[in-house]
Design a protein around this ligand. Structure first.
Ligand code: NOJ
Length: 562
């Protein structure tokens, strides 16, 4: 058993994309009242904690990752009192609450940026951001060749208070998201104070946005890249990238860890750190830095056993270097939903490029079947797991959102060539009826497919064969089996299209088998604890998974998998 303060080592955390979870006040947008009204659902599901995407006042140019005030709640989502009530109510149900901190950039409506624009070149207010003179005789060329992750360039020129064209400011994301200067001590102090503000209100920890960002090389060297976003996210070797994974960022996290550790119980951090090199990722997971960091490896492969095996090995190796738990994710609010990823023919694809959104040949029913097996895979791996809201309902990516309703800045900044991330952010269906399927009393900010009536939470709650029922059983089983929250993990030999491994040791060890091939395979011998699909004659059908306790004989009159 891990000590109580190490709960994060094997926790299952449910990601709440607040705008799309549940609408309590009938404005078509999810909010804290809606979330509070559904907390019992999350407790019944059996998760340990929630991570709530940014809830701060924001112009919502990037879904709230453009924060105008880090110490308040967006009026659309509720009030500070609502947030405090949420935390208290969650705690009473045994659920911890993680908030989302956005330290790489603020909104252009943040007080600091407004001050910086008014204060002019060379002012202390401008030094909190990256305001730089342009190149060329008239300063009308951007200071570097850096591209924005969302498309286009990473610099925008401002008009100075005297009306003349002036300096440029850096924004690695949208132009409405100016990058902060983490070399400025005021920025460092401000964020430690923001952490304390929320920790004092009971928040149990933070997910850190763009955790490998923050620090920049002040000499602002050119990249010399062709400018594709995939190249941008491929972190080069060494300490020489001008803005990703710079060594200076670690001092920031050491400061944050000290703040978190000064609380009882200690507060925790999970980093969104996009790095492919285990040794570099391990730096973020040193004992005086972050507790965990998402393992995005499982979000890459389509339905292919060899790729999954390689992804699992890579993630386990990366975490082992740091002795940190692996933090598995199949989906989140930035990636196409995995039902749709697994329901298309496998291919070599970029993570965020156009191919990631190519769903030619999609078979949603097949994807949903595979998603059941994938859930059992991720929930049986060693470490912690983050579930993205709606995956427990088997929701697929929504592909037919009208252009005029698309909200993600990626759509506009790519000139409409990339659909963006709205398809995984469509509001949840709670009931089979009503104009927003129980999301709220007055529509939903993005339209839901009518077919989601059949996937509504209330419908699935009443159906023991549903995806929701499978998640509930899997989470209950995970809690009940010490092997599934132990560190023990070893591959078993098997056919190439099968993933087979054992968790734990001795009598209580659990054998896990996931069949990604076209033919049935024999299930491991023993007592079936859970199966994603019916096993016929002791065989695991294609695209199915099973958990078996090998150390015990099956009961003479076997109970159905539960
Ligand atoms: C990562 C977040 O998950 C994403 O939604 C956001 O657009 C970028 N960081 C920029 O903040």
């Amino acid at each position: 058993m891990t000590e109580p303060e190490q709960w994060w080592r094997h926790a299952v955390v449910y990601q709440v994309y607040l705008r799309s979870f549940a609408d309590g006040d009938g404005d078509g947008t999810g909010d804290l009242t809606g979330l509070r009204s559904r907390l019992a659902y999350l407790a019944d599901l059996g998760v340990d904690a929630l991570w709530v995407n940014p809830w701060y006042p924001s112009p919502l140019k990037d879904g709230g990752y453009d924060v105008a005030d880090y110490r308040d709640i967006h009026p659309q989502f509720g009030t500070l009192a609502d947030a405090e009530a949420l935390v208290a109510q969650a705690h009473a149900l045994g659920l911890r609450v993680l908030a989302d901190i956005v330290p790489n950039h603020t909104s252009d409506q943040h007080r600091w940026f407004v001050e910086a624009l008014a204060a002019g070149p060379g002012s202390p207010a401008r030094d909190r951001y990256w305001f730089v003179d342009g190149r060329g005789p008239r300063g009308d060329e951007p200071p570097t060749d850096w591209p924005s992750v969302f498309g286009g360039g990473a610099w925008t020129r401002v008009t100075e208070p005297d009306g003349r064209p002036g300096q440029w400011y850096l924004h690695l994301f949208d132009a409405s998201q100016p990058d902060l200067n983490w070399g400025n001590p005021q920025v460092v102090a401000e964020f430690e104070d923001i952490l304390r503000f929320w920790f004092d209100r009971g928040v149990d920890g933070f997910r850190i946005d763009v955790g490998h960002g923050l620090a920049k090389d002040p000499s602002l060297p050119d990249l010399g890249l062709s400018g594709s976003s995939e190249a941008l996210l491929a972190v080069p070797h060494g300490d020489d990238h001008p803005y990703w994974d710079r060594p200076e960022v670690h001092a920031v996290y050491r400061g944050w860890r000290a703040v978190g550790d000064s609380y009882d119980p200690p507060r925790v951090f999970v980093g969104e750190v996009w790095l492919d090199e285990p040794a570099r990722l391990a730096h973020y997971l040193r004992p005086d830095e972050l507790h965990t960091s998402f393992a995005f490896e499982l979000t890459d492969p389509d339905w292919d056993a060899a790729r999954f095996r390689a992804a699992i090995d890579a993630a386990v190796a990366a975490a082992a270097v740091a002795r940190a738990p692996v933090t598995w994710v199949l989906s989140n609010h930035d990636l196409p939903r995995h039902v749709s990823r697994y329901g298309r023919p496998p291919a070599e694809r970029e993570r965020f490029g156009a191919a990631a959104y190519d769903f030619t040949g999609l078979d949603v029913a097949l994807g949903r079947r595979r998603a059941r097996a994938a859930a059992m895979l991720s929930l049986a791996l060693p470490g912690s797991v983050y579930l993205y809201q709606g995956e427990e309902l088997g929701l697929e990516e929504v592909l037919d959102i009208a252009d005029e309703l698309r909200d993600d800045p990626i759509f506009a900044r790519s000139g409409g060539t990339l659909p963006g991330r709205d398809g995984c952010r469509v509001p949840l269906p709670w009931e089979p009826r009503g104009d927003s399927l129980g999301f709220g009393s007055n529509g939903a900010w993005l339209p839901q497919p009518r077919s989601w009536a059949d996937l509504a939470a209330s419908v699935q709650a009443a159906d023991p064969t549903s995806m929701l029922a499978l998640y509930r059983r899997a989470l209950a089983r995970r809690r009940a089996e010490p092997a599934l929250v132990s560190d023990g993990f070893a591959w078993r030999p098997g056919p190439p299209s099968v993933l087979a491994f054992v968790r734990g040791e001795g009598e209580d060890a659990v054998e896990v088998l996931v069949n990604l091939g076209p033919d049935p395979v024999d299930a491991p011998a023993g007592e079936v604890l859970l199966a994603s699909h019916d096993l016929a004659d002791g065989q695991v059908p294609p695209d199915a998974a099973v958990w078996v306790r090998a150390g015990r004989e099956p009961a003479s009159d076997p109970a159905p998998p539960a």
